[in-house]
Structures are given as structure tokens and as C-alpha cells.
Design a protein around this ligand. Structure first.
Ligand code: MN
Length: 498
């Protein structure tokens, strides 16, 4: 089970106004603000508490509340609402210092115009239509990223969009503080899994710490037989054990070794405060086998993972797991593996040597021990399953040298036409949108990786919000993708994100 990553956080709700209309109006504005915040908190779509802070009516107050938000460890993000006309020069000083992500909720308190009774008092309390434009002008003029959410605050679509944004804020917040443990270095000669870790820390916030595999081995060596026994029993409960893994089976010892790896790895990560990690089959000195089952189970518990030293995909997997927390569907490390060219639409079989997260599984996974052609170690234990079908996406975060780019392709995951009885790993079969020829060409032109984050509970819209918070480019390959336009976009981005 993944620990709740939203625990202990709040989203602040701040209302912009001014003194022109008198104290009576302002006290009504405050009451309206409280009711909106309460209404948003009642929505199941909003996963973090929205806390109404106050109305701000002067440049000094706005600067003050920005500074408070920056300093407050619980405040993950801010919702700003311009209830009345809030002249935007007042916002310059505060916005210039604000370092928390914010959404501009462009709503008004009353839903429909009361045609019979509307008078100037009502108009004074319903001024977002122009107040929000004045504020928006200043934010755009200051070149600040924000999410603009338009509609009545009680509408499901508005609450859903706000909730999606709040989740992204939590992913962004996680990225700012998380740590990745990297066991061994990058797979030799591989380009796309490399990158500038210092630039990544400046941009995203996370720290990548390298460890020799001996440090992990020492933790694994401390695992007791009783601990291993208990975990092997849990395996038997959670999965279907293949005959060789059963207590009397020839590979039961392998399973016990994998249990020790899992416990040692988990302990190591917990002690160091790491929520993501990498492994590499090229550095396993002292380990009996490449961690497979252990990695799958840690991913299912919310850890980020990247194989072959891929720390960017590892961190990004963790960030996406935070964004999708509690939503059905799951998120996994993934690799485009094998194509299926077919008259009924070209498809991609996604898989990896071992490490696919069971959160995306359609059925109870099979636990099996089978040979692995590379690494030169014992045969590893792994969970075998097929991914559940439905809409999903693949996302790849790459380092272009000087900047980062996020590439997202929406896909439809489908049931394989037939069983894959000899495939010894978990897999997902999908049709990329709009089709393989456009999607793969666009992906390749964009320079995106063979590794990706596969998700069924994070949307392309959310990743677009995240890219905006990070101020990095995002290339979206979806059902409307046009290869010529994407190639133009890539060319323009060379100027826009230089
Ligand atoms: Mn790989």
C-alpha cells in the first residue's frame, strides 16, 4: 500500500478585492469566500483541504500573504479568486515573490443572474468577469505560469479540474523534496538514460544520490530468516505461485533470496528517506540476482523506479504515482518493447526484463522464477501479468542538453488477441493515438526515450499542468496529432525554450 502523500498539506484560498465598496461589501465577500472554500472541500474530486486564508485589498497585504505562503511548509499551492475588481498593480509585489504554484479560479459566487432583482449591489458582489481579467493581465504580463479555471464553483467540471490541478501541485511538491537512490551507474553506452543531475535538481528539486551495490548488499545481509519467512508467506497470499516457487519446489530458495532483497532494499530506502531508486544489471556485485519481484512490489507501494540507472524515469514514476494517488488504474515504469504490425491497427507490446508495476495488472499476477539472458546471475523471481485495458498514456522526460522536454503519447491499452504462454514477463499491449506511424515518428522526432512512465490514472492535461509549473516544454501526441505540426512545434520550441 502506498502511503498517503497528501497528508499534512493544504491549498490556500485567497480572495482579491479592494476598499472601494466599503466594509459591508468586504464582509460579504469574506462570507462568500468561506462558502466557496467549504463547497470545494465537499467535492470528492479535491483531494487536499482548501483553507480560506483571507481577503487581500492592498499591495502590502498581498506581499505579506505571498511571503507567508512561501514560508509555510503545509501550503502546497494557492487558489486565487478575484471576487471584486482588484486593481492589478497591487499584485505586482506579491506575485514577484510568490514561489508556490497557483490557480486562478475565475468564478463568481452567484450562479445565474437574478433577472428580477439584480441591482448595483448585486453587481458589486459579482465582478469576477472583469476583476479576473485585470488580474490575468498582470500575471501574463509578468510571464508567470498558472492554471486558469473557469466556471461556476459548484459545477462538477470546475471541481474536477481544480482537483486535477491540486494533484499536480502535490506531484510538483513531491519533486521539490524527494530523493532518488541510484544503485550503480548508467547502463554503459546508453544515451537517453543519462542527464544532468544538477540541472534536474535546479529545475525539479529532487536529489539523486549514488550508491555502490555493496551498500545495498550490507543491508540485505542483515535480513533474518524469520523476516524472509514472513514475506514469502505474504507472496503466497498476494499472488499465484508457480509450481517451482512452492515451498517444496526447486526455486523456493530463489524466492527467499528475492524476499531478502526486497526487505533489504526497502529498509535501505526507508532509512535514507528515498522514494525512488534505480538498479542496473551491469552492477550486481554481491547480489544473487537482479531485483525483479522486489522492484515490482516497491513500485506497487508507491516507489519510483527506473532500470539501467535511469534516474529521470525513476523520479518521474514517483511523481506520477503521487499525482494519481488513490485513483484507480495504476502507474508503472515501462519500455516500448516489440511491435505488432497488423491490418487491424499497429500495436506496441510494452514490457521490461522484469520490472513492471502490478498496479496496472488486469488479474492476480503469477509469481514465477525464470531465466534472464543478461546480468550473468541466478534466475530472478518476477510477477507475470497482462495490463488491464482502457485509455492510458506513456510519458518520457528527457534531457536535451541545456533543457528538459516532456513527451506524452496517449494510447488505448487492449486485450492481446491471444495468450502469451511463453512470455516470462508482465506486459501491456496498446494502440498509440492517433496510430503507430504518427505516434512513433513524432516520439522519435521529439527525441523521447525507450523508457517511459505508463499511467492509467494521470491524464495528459495533468502532465501539461506539471510541465507549465516546471516551465519546460511538453509535446503531446494524441488523437489529434499531426506530424507536420509536431515537427513545427519542435522547431519553434528551440526558440521558445532556449
Ligand atoms: Mn530498459
Amino acid at each position: 500500500m502506498m502511503k498517503n502523500p497528501f497528508q499534512g498539506y493544504q491549498i490556500w484560498f485567497i480572495t482579491g478585492s479592494q476598499h472601494l465598496y466599503g466594509e459591508e461589501i468586504l464582509s460579504e465577500v469574506e462570507e462568500d469566500s468561506r462558502r466557496i472554500a467549504e463547497g470545494l472541500n465537499l467535492s470528492e474530486q479535491v483531494p487536499v483541504e482548501i483553507v480560506f486564508k483571507r481577503i487581500v485589498t492592498t499591495s502590502q497585504e498581498i506581499l505579506q500573504v505571498s511571503r507567508e505562503a512561501n514560508m509555510d511548509g503545509q501550503c502546497a499551492g494557492i487558489v486565487l479568486w478575484m471576487h471584486t475588481f482588484s486593481p492589478a498593480k497591487m499584485w505586482i509585489a506579491g506575485l514577484r515573490e510568490l514561489r508556490k504554484p497557483f490557480a486562478h479560479l475565475h468564478t463568481q459566487f452567484g450562479r445565474a443572474i437574478p433577472w428580477e432583482t439584480i441591482d448595483m449591489d448585486y453587481m458589486n458582489l459579482h465582478q469576477s468577469a472583469h476583476g479576473g481579467r485585470e488580474f490575468g493581465h498582470m500575471v501574463s504580463r509578468m510571464r508567470m505560469n498558472r492554471q486558469v479555471i473557469v466556471g461556476h464553483w459548484q459545477d462538477a467540471a470546475v471541481q474536477t479540474e481544480l482537483g486535477s490541478w491540486v494533484r499536480v501541485v502535490m506531484g510538483y511538491t513531491e519533486a521539490r523534496t524527494m530523493k532518488v537512490a541510484r544503485f550503480g551507474d548508467n547502463m554503459r553506452n546508453v544515451a537517453v538514460t543519462e542527464g544532468d543531475k544538477v540541472a534536474a535538481q535546479e529545475r525539479f528539486g529532487y536529489l539523486v544520490d549514488g550508491y555502490g551495490i555493496g551498500d545495498l548488499k550490507a543491508e540485505i545481509d542483515r535480513v533474518t530468516e524469520a523476516q524472509a519467512d514472513a514475506l514469502v508467506e505474504a507472496y503466497a497470499r498476494d499472488y499465484v505461485l508457480s509450481p517451482e516457487c512452492q515451498p517444496q519446489g526447486p526455486r523456493h530458495l530463489t524466492l527467499r533470496n528475492e524476499a531478502k532483497i526486497e526487505i533489504g532494499l526497502r529498509t535501505f530506502l526507508e532509512k535514507g528517506g528515498y522514494t525512488a531508486f534505480t538498479t542496473t544489471f551491469e552492477d550486481l556485485h554481491g547480489l544473487p540476482q537482479l531485483p525483479g519481484l522486489a522492484v515490482q512490489r516497491l513500485m506497487a507501494d508507491g516507489y519510483g523506479f527506473g532500470a539501467e540507472g535511469d534516474w529521470k524515469t525513476s523520479a518521474f514514476t514517483r511523481i506520477c504515482k503521487v499525482i494519481g494517488y488513490g485513483k484507480p488504474g495504476g502507474t508503472s515504469f515501462m519500455e516500448d518493447y516489440t511491435y505488432h504490425f497488423s491490418d487491424s491497427g499497429d500495436k506496441v507490446l510494452g514490457a521490461h526484463m522484469l520490472e513492471v508495476c502490478p498496479s496496472i495488472a488486469k488479474e492476480k499476477p503469477l509469481l514465477s522464477v525464470q531465466p534472464l539472458g543478461i546480468g550473468g546471475k541466478d534466475d530472478p523471481a518476477r510477477l507475470i501479468f497482462t495490463a488491464a485495458s482502457g485509455p492510458a498514456l506513456n510519458a518520457s522526460l528527457i534531457d536535451l542538453g541545456g533543457r528538459f522536454r516532456l513527451v506524452v503519447n496517449t494510447v488505448d491499452t487492449i486485450e492481446p488477441e491471444q495468450q502469451l504462454p511463453r512470455l516470462p514477463v508482465a506486459c501491456a499491449l496498446w494502440e498509440p493515438r492517433p496510430n503507430l506511424s504518427v505516434a512513433a515518428a513524432a516520439w522519435i522526432y521529439a527525441g523521447a526515450a525507450h523508457h517511459s512512465v505508463y499511467s492509467r490514472n494521470v491524464s495528459a492535461e495533468q502532465l501539461e499542468m506539471l510541465a507549465a509549473m516546471w516551465d519546460i516544454e511538453m509535446i503531446l501526441i494524441d488523437k489529434d496529432a499531426n506530424l507536420r505540426q509536431i515537427r513545427q512545434e519542435l522547431r519553434w520550441n528551440e526558440a521558445a525554450y532556449r
